[in-house]
Design a protein. Sequence first.
Length: 256
Amino acid sequence: MTLSHDLAGQGPSTVLLLHSGVCDRRMWDGQVPVLAAAGHRVARCDLRGFGDTPVDAAHVHADDVRDLLDHLGTERAAVVGASFGGTVALELAVRHPGRVASLALLASGIPGFEPGDELRAWGDREDALLEAGDLDGAVELNVDTWLGPEAGPGARALVREMQRHAFEVQLAVPEEFDPVTPEITPGDLAGIGVPALVVTGAHDLADFRAVADDLTRLLPGARRVDLDWAGHLPALERPDETARLLADFLAGVTTP
């Protein structure tokens, strides 16, 4: 299967945007025009079970992304990942290292992450709501948890729509089609030698600030940026500022 995707802009460098686990590729609406105007070919996709991409088999998300790069005729891409998309970006860099030119990781997860008390409590609450059939409650829990104080009503409405659709798709998928999680070790992450931007938000859950600490320590080419205004989804909370942050980083690491 080829992941549902769209393209914008032209240029010698390809930027691939990977969405968070509560969103789909629409989360990047505020960044795509800016990155395309900066001279990049910008691709964004829906991972399986999100947006316009169904789930039809067991799969490894990072391998799906590799297959998408093949489909696009792209040997190496600058990969931008938000939250769960950051985890997939890191898995891609380990499993297919020649395909990743740089990484920008926004409130990223990390392979093998063990959640702390705060994140476990959120997961338990979400599970309880879904088991009770309260889809509305589970959606609102995610909207309230993952958007920081800068998010306006438009961002909240979009996350509400994206998360509801993801629930509806994923809850109908048989277990044998669940994603396969590749085994990635801290040593594997330390072997990622490309430039990396690690972004965290002051209003995010403590778990993700701890992940940013780990990534900054493990990735040899990491540069850390802490956003005092951001929650978990800065691309939706301050789209223009996040676009400039990404454009500035990419300007320094992409080769014309």
